[in-house]
Design a protein around this ligand. Structure first.
Ligand SMILES: Cc1ncc(COP(=O)(O)O)c(C=O)c1O
Ligand SMILES: N[C@@H](CCCC[NH3+])C(=O)O
Length: 416
């Protein structure tokens, strides 16, 4: 069920009118639906019922503390890629025993903190990282549980910037080197080998690349078993796509069903790291039209959100649906380029969208719950948007808008 729907031409987030939320908290603002987050997470839980599993939500998609809290309460684990994400999970009450730590550049300090927290597993991305982790763990007189992130060299058929499982990508260890990394890990006393993982890319709309990757991982699992290295879990990463426009990704049930069928009755715990498929369609970015400007070439709608709030259109030419918050509003109908105030021609949220607009109107970008706020910046010294969580008929400020005054004070000036 869609938690963002129209009633009497007015857009609602759950039981709250979006226009009223925008009026109360100002724009631009992100609006998340608790019910939508819970529904998406439950789809994974249902599809994995009866299987030994762990769903580690990928924090990078949306690291708002309230989002982490909602998912943690449902039993989610977390996939992190930095010390910052680790601290946010802890601050939100997440269970360290359900944290997996991915990322190609983990620092010794991040490793040490993760060992202190006794996280579930480090997803190793290189032979050198294994040596550094073994040293950090030995210094602490402890043992680090590890998985090797395998780069299975499969084409995820997604945007090249978010494709991660090809041989030429920086991620993971190639299948032909993975055995050597495992053998070395198995002989290090401060390391315990527990799993194998991969993550081949994001916004995948087909099942076959996942299954190709899984087959390659399972071949390694068998090879390892033949050498006496038995694994506890297999982590297939995240990557399941969502519908932004007309994509037709498989449902969570279809995807997980295919994975379970391929796995058969192997006694491996299944781990997933979904980000986008949980958070994307649980969020809107609401923005107000400041000016309308028609030139010889274009109709521009100048809105108060910009590429610093939502960079996906500029960075990946991503298409996000732009809806009118009040569908009954009067104005000028045209093919509008919806652009922000940032001084870049690449600052657009959508191009040639048929909308009926007048200054002051509100627009809502769909699919903004993942890789929206987390990729935002202060470019052009713009304050960051507020984040609001809707829970039925309640709206909670889960991160206040950055205060403009704080952005221009407090920086160190050189002495005269
Ligand atoms: C290691 C890892 N796991 C999980 C994810 C989450 O991916 P998605 O948001 O596509 O589910 C990512 C990002 O692509 C990632 O790099
Ligand atoms: N940031 C990307 C997804 C990348 C996921 C990180 N590996 C996006 O907005 O589509």
């Amino acid at each position: 069920m869609d938690q963002f729907t129209y009633r009497d031409d007015q857009l609602y987030a759950e039981d709250m009118q979006v226009a009223a939320i925008a009026e109360r908290f100002g724009t631009p603002c992100y609006i998340y639906s608790r019910a939508a987050l819970e529904a998406r997470f439950k789809e994974y839980q249902d599809a994995l019922a009866g299987a030994d599993h762990l769903i580690c939500y990928a924090v990078k998609a949306n690291s708002n503390l309230a989002v982490l809290d909602v998912l943690g309460r449902m039993g989610a684990g977390f996939d992190i890629v930095s010390g910052g994400e680790m601290e946010r999970v802890i601050a939100a009450g997440g269970d360290p025993a359900k944290i997996v730590f991915s990322g190609v550049g983990k620092t010794p300090a991040e490793m040490a903190r993760a060992l202190d927290l006794d996280i579930a597993c480090f997803n190793l991305e290189s032979a050198q990282e294994l040596e550094v982790l073994a040293e950090v763990a030995a210094d602490k007189n402890t043992v680090a549980r590890v998985s090797v992130r395998v780069n299975p060299d499969v084409d995820a058929q997604t945007h090249p910037y978010i494709s991660t499982g090809l041989r030429e990508n920086k991620f993971g260890v190639n299948t032909d080197e993975a055995m050597a990394v495992y053998r070395r890990a198995a002989e290090l006393p401060a390391i315990e080998v527990v799993g194998i993982d991969c993550h081949i890319g994001s916004q995948l709309t087909q099942i076959s690349p996942f299954i190709d990757a899984l087959k390659r991982l399972l071949a390694l699992v068998d090879q390892l078993a033949a050498e006496g290295i038995t694994l506890h879990h297999l982590d297939l990463g995240g990557g399941l796509g969502v519908c932004y426009k007309d994509e037709q990704p498989p449902s969570v049930a279809e995807y997980i069903g295919a994975v379970r069928a391929e796995l058969g009755d192997r006694p491996l715990q299944l781990v997933f790291e979904p980000g986008r498929s949980i958070a994307a369609n649980a969020g809107l970015l609401v923005t107000r039209v400041n000016y309308l400007k028609t030139t010889e070439a274009h109709h521009f709608a100048l809105v108060d959100a910009a590429m610093n709030d939502m960079i996906r259109p500029a960075l990946y030419q991503a298409w996000l649906d732009i809806r009118q918050v009040d569908r009954g509003a009067q104005g000028q109908t045209a093919q509008w380029d919806v652009v922000g105030p940032v001084c870049e021609t690449g600052d657009f949220l959508g191009k040639e969208r048929e909308l009926t607009l007048a200054p002051g109107d509100l627009l809502a970008l769909s699919g903004a719950g993942a890789y929206g706020f987390t990729m935002s910046s202060n470019y052009n010294t713009r304050p960051r948007a507020a984040e609001i969580m809707i829970d039925g008929d309640q709206a909670h400020v889960v991160r206040a808008r950055e205060v403009f005054e704080d952005m221009v004070r407090g920086e160190c000036r050189l002495p005269e």
